[in-house]
Design a protein around this ligand. Structure first.
Ligand code: PEP
Ligand code: MN
Length: 355
């Protein structure tokens, strides 16, 4: 692999930007030039083949757009990345010296397609980024990573682009942050970047989602940028101009996972000690609570009474909500916590009753 691509791959934060789709030669060159001019972009992206939900939409300019990207690279010095979904895409992208490949969300869901791409990559030295599948299935995401690694690709990275959901939410694709966090636990040394564009589906939330990913220690971001966003041939609502991107990047606060500042570390250690102590107490109390539930189960059994008494449960929840509100605990959290405790309690009583 070229030294420049290697250098970009290792750079933190890694910033990838470019249009959702390559549309015309002029659009690709001008976007690339203006992005390079910001001095903050590391890699140029552009969709050449576009997997669209419905037929009749713009399905990408195709192989014809690859020379434009190569030209953009020659002018700006920016390495390039495109989405590939078939062996032919891989072959064409390699022929036009694309530097990094990415596998899209609609491809990650399909093991046949991922395997086809993996087979086409055997013996090739190129970094590959893998987007999460559109549905919230971490095994599919991990499986795709493994398929690409098994083909001999050493540089594999992950892109979090959110997960599809039924019905309207504020996001185009819900971020479900706990899922990329779990992937980070599974693949601790693997590059993980966030794609706020496809999570938001709009412009106004890009900044806050990008910031959130930074705060969660992601390694970089991929953001769609277009010279004339309103008239983009795909994903018009979520694209921003290169200059808007520059403003957004400048406003982001990059944090580091670690520091060696002594007073910060001491303060942090003290607070963590307090948290450990409280967690320990919570566990002890939960253990005691469940023992009482066992005894209640025994009484119910002796008196032939059902485990669940709806009134009692409503009463507990009402109390918890009003107390939670005073303590600054959200209703969502209180509900989740009590649901988990209640379920465990019912399981325990069930065991006692049927023993
Ligand atoms: C894209 O990056 O333009 C794209 C098609 O993204 P995704 O695969 O995340 O939908
Ligand atoms: Mn897009």
């Amino acid at each position: 692999m070229q030294a420049l691509v290697q250098e970009k791959w290792n750079k933190r934060p890694l910033i990838i930007s470019g249009p959702c789709s390559a549309e015309t030669e002029q659009q690709v060159i001008e976007t690339a030039t203006r992005l390079a001019h910001t001095g903050q972009v590391d890699v140029l992206r552009a969709g050449i083949w576009k997997p669209r939900t419905k037929p009749g939409m713009f399905e990408g300019i195709g192989t014809k757009g690859l020379p434009w990207l190569l030209q953009a690279k020659r002018i700006t010095g920016l390495p390039t990345t495109v989405e590939v979904a078939t062996a032919k895409h891989v072959e064409d992208a390699l022929q036009f010296e694309v530097d990094i490949l990415w596998i899209g969300a609609r491809t990650t869901v399909n093991p046949f397609s991922v395997q086809e791409v993996a087979d086409a990559l055997r013996g090739v030295d190129i970094p590959v980024l893998i987007k999460n599948p559109i549905n919230a299935d971490l095994e599919l995401w991990s499986g795709s990573i493994e398929r690409i690694q098994k083909a001999g690709i050493r540089q594999v990275g992950m892109i979090h682009r959110g997960f599809s959901n039924y019905g309207n939410t504020e996001f185009r694709n819900a971020p479900m942050w706990h899922l990329p966090i779990e992937m980070k636990r599974r693949f601790p040394d693997m590059l993980l970047i966030c794609d706020p564009s496809h999570i938001c589906g709009n412009r106004h939330m890009l900044q806050s989602i990008a910031q959130k990913s930074i705060d969660l220690d992601f390694d970089g971001i991929m953001v769609e940028s277009h010279i004339d966003p309103d008239n983009a041939w795909s994903d018009a609502k979520q694209q921003i101009t290169p200059e808007q991107l520059a403003d957004m990047l400048s406003a982001l606060i990059w944090r580091s996972e670690n520091t060696d500042k002594a007073d910060f570390l001491t303060a942090l250690a003290t607070l963590r000690e307090q948290i450990n102590h409280i967690d320990d107490e919570l566990m002890t109390l939960l253990g005691q609570r469940m023992k009482i539930a066992d005894r209640i189960g025994q009484y119910k059994k002796d008196n032939n009474i059902t485990i669940l008494q709806t009134n009692r449960w409503n009463e507990i929840l009402e109390k918890a909500y009003s107390k939670g509100e005073k303590l600054g605990l959200s209703q969502e959290f209180v509900t989740k916590y009590f649901d988990a405790v209640h379920l465990e309690s019912i399981n325990r009583q069930n065991r006692v009753m049927n023993s």
